[in-house]
Design a binder for this molecule. Structure first.
Ligand code: HEM
Length: 400
C-alpha cells in the first residue's frame, strides 16, 4: 500500500524480474514476476488454491476467525478459490452461460448499451468517466445477461450494487483489511446475498427465458448444487465482470489520452480496436496478480517450493517481460503475437475473458465512431488506492 509503489509499480516489477525473480516477501509469501515462471505456476497442477483459512490468516494471524466474516466466508466458496473437483463442478455451471457462441450473440445488445451510455455522457462535459461509464457499462451488461428487467433495477439500485461490490472486493486484496473495511465488506455481502436470493425466488416462482431462471433450474435438476453455491457463483460472476472490466475501460481511456500517436492509429483504422484492447490489458492490467499454493513439494526455475508455500504471481509484471514481449515497456496499438497473462492460465483461466474483450472492443468502436474528438483530462486523473485491481477512481472526460 506504499503510495509511491501504487502510483507506479512497474520500476519495482522490472527490478524484481531482473534481480530477484522468485522473491521472498516479508508478508510470508513468494512473489513471481517473470512470464515463464508465472505461467508455469498458473498451469501446473502441482499448484492450486490450498487451505483458504490458512491463506487468509497469513495477512492477519492464526487466531483470526476467517469464516466468521460473511465476506470471507463468501470468498471461500467462490469457485476461483476452489480446487477440483468442486472447482470443476461449479465452473461448469457458469462456463456454458459464457460460451464463445453466447458471447458473440450478445454483441448487438452490448453495442446498444455502450452507444446509449456514451450518448448520455456526451451531455456532461468533464464528467467522471469511471463513475458515469466504466463501472456502469459492465454492470448493465451483466444485469442484461442475468435477465434483470429495467423495472427490477432502478438507477439507485444499480449504484447500490456497484458500491456493494466495490466495498466487498477488498477481500481479494493481498493484505489484512482494517476493522472498518472488514465490517463494511461483511454488511455489503449480506446486502448482495439478500438481493440475489430475492431474485432467485422471483425466477423460481415466475420462470422466464433468461440466465437467472436457467441457473435456478440447473440447481433444481442437480441436487449437488446448494442454494448458497448458486448465489455465491452469481455474485462472483457479477463482481468478476465488474472491477476488472471497469478498470480495463478506464485504463484504456487514460492510455489513449496519454498516447496521442497510438490514439491516431485507431482514429485512422478502427479495425485495430481488438489489438488495442489486448494492448490495454497487457500494458496496464486491471488485475495485477493472482495467487497459488504449492500442493506438493515442487521445483520451478530451479527453486524448491515446499507443499503449503503461497505464491503471488504478478501477471502485470509478466506482461512486461522482455524475454517474451518486444517493446515491453511501450504502449503500442498494433497486433502482437505474444499473449499477455492478464486472464491467467490453466484450469482457472478467466471464464469471462471473451466477454471482457468484446466489451473493450465495442466500447472503443462506439467511442471513436460517435465522439472521435473526445478529450481525456489525464492531468486530473486520480488512481484508486489498491494493488490488486488497478485503475482510476477519477478521470474527467469530455465527449465531442
Ligand atoms: C479485463 C477484465 C478481466 C480480467 C483482467 C480478468 C482476469 C481474470 C484472471 C487473471 C482470472 C484467473 C484467476 C486465477 O487464476 O486465480 C480470472 C478468473 C475468472 N474470471 Fe475474469 N477477468 C476479467 C473479466 C471477467 C468477466 C467479464 C467475467 C465474467 C463475466 C469474469 C469471470 C471470471 C471468473 C468466474 C473467474 C474464475 C474462473 C475459475 O476459477 O475457473 N472475468 N479472471
Amino acid at each position: 500500500m506504499d503510495p509511491q509503489l501504487l502510483a507506479d509499480p512497474y520500476p519495482i516489477f522490472r527490478w524484481l524480474r531482473e534481480e530477484d525473480p522468485i522473491h521472498r516477501s516479508e508478508l510470508g509469501f513468494w512473489v513471481m514476476t517473470r512470464y515463464d515462471d508465472c505461467r508455469h505456476v498458473l498451469i501446473d497442477k502441482a499448484f492450486g488454491q490450498g487451505d483458504f483459512v490458512k491463506n487468509i490468516q497469513l495477512f492477519y494471524d492464526d487466531s483470526f476467525d476467517v469464516l466468521a466474516n460473511p465476506a470471507y466466508a463468501w470468498l471461500s466458496r467462490v469457485f476461483v478459490m476452489q480446487d477440483p473437483p468442486t472447482h470443476t463442478r461449479l465452473r461448469g455451471l457458469v462456463a456454458s452461460a459464457l460460451s464463445l457462441k453466447r458471447i458473440r450473440a450478445m454483441e448487438p445488445r452490448v453495442r446498444e448499451l455502450a452507444r446509449g451510455m456514451l450518448a448520455d455522457l456526451a451531455g456532461r462535459p468533464g464528467a467522471n468517466f469511471i463513475e458515469s461509464f466504466a463501472y456502469r457499462f459492465p454492470t448493465l451488461v451483466m444485469c442484461d445477461m442475468l435477465g434483470l428487467e429495467e423495472h427490477e433495477f432502478s438507477d439507485d439500485l444499480l449504484t447500490q450494487l456497484n458500491q456493494a461490490i466495490a466495498d466487498t472486493f477488498p477481500v481479494f486484496e493481498t493484505r489484512a483489511l482494517n476493522p472498518d473495511e472488514l465490517s463494511l465488506a461483511n454488511r455489503q455481502m449480506e446486502f448482495l446475498t439478500a438481493f440475489f436470493h430475492d431474485l432467485f425466488e422471483r425466477r423460481r416462482s415466475h420462470p422466464r427465458d433468461d440466465l437467472t431462471t436457467a441457473l435456478v433450474q440447473a440447481r433444481e435438476g442437480d441436487a449437488s448444487l446448494s442454494a448458497e453455491e448458486l448465489s455465491t457463483s452469481v455474485i462472483g460472476l457479477f463482481g468478476a465482470g465488474f472491477e476488472t472490466t471497469a478498470h480495463m475501460i478506464g485504463n484504456g481511456m487514460y492510455l489513449l489520452g496519454e498516447h496521442p500517436q497510438e490514439r491516431a492509429k485507431l482514429t485512422n483504422n478502427l479495425q485495430l480496436a481488438k489489438a488495442a484492447t489486448e494492448e490495454i490489458v497487457r500494458y496496464e492490467s486491471s488485475l495485477q496478480a493472482t495467487y497459488r499454493t504449492a500442493l506438493a513439494d515442487t521445483v520451478v526455475a530451479g527453486h524448491e517450493f515446499a507443499a503449503g508455500d503461497r505464491i503471488l504471481t504478478i501477471v502485470a509484471a509478466a506482461n512486461r517481460d522482455k524475454a517474451v514481449f518486444t517493446r515491453p515497456e511501450a504502449f503500442v496499438v498494433d497486433p502482437r503475437e505474444e499473449k499477455p497473462l492478464t486472464f491467467g492460465g490453466g484450469i482457472h483461466y478467466c471464464v469471462g475473458a471473451e466477454l471482457a474483450r468484446l466489451e473493450g472492443r465495442v466500447f472503443l468502436e462506439e467511442l471513436f465512431t460517435a465522439f472521435p474528438n473526445f478529450q481525456v483530462d489525464t492531468a486530473n486523473a486520480r488512481l484508486r488506492e489498491a494493488f490488486l485491481f488497478r485503475g482510476f477512481e477519477h478521470l474527467p472526460v469530455t465527449l465531442q
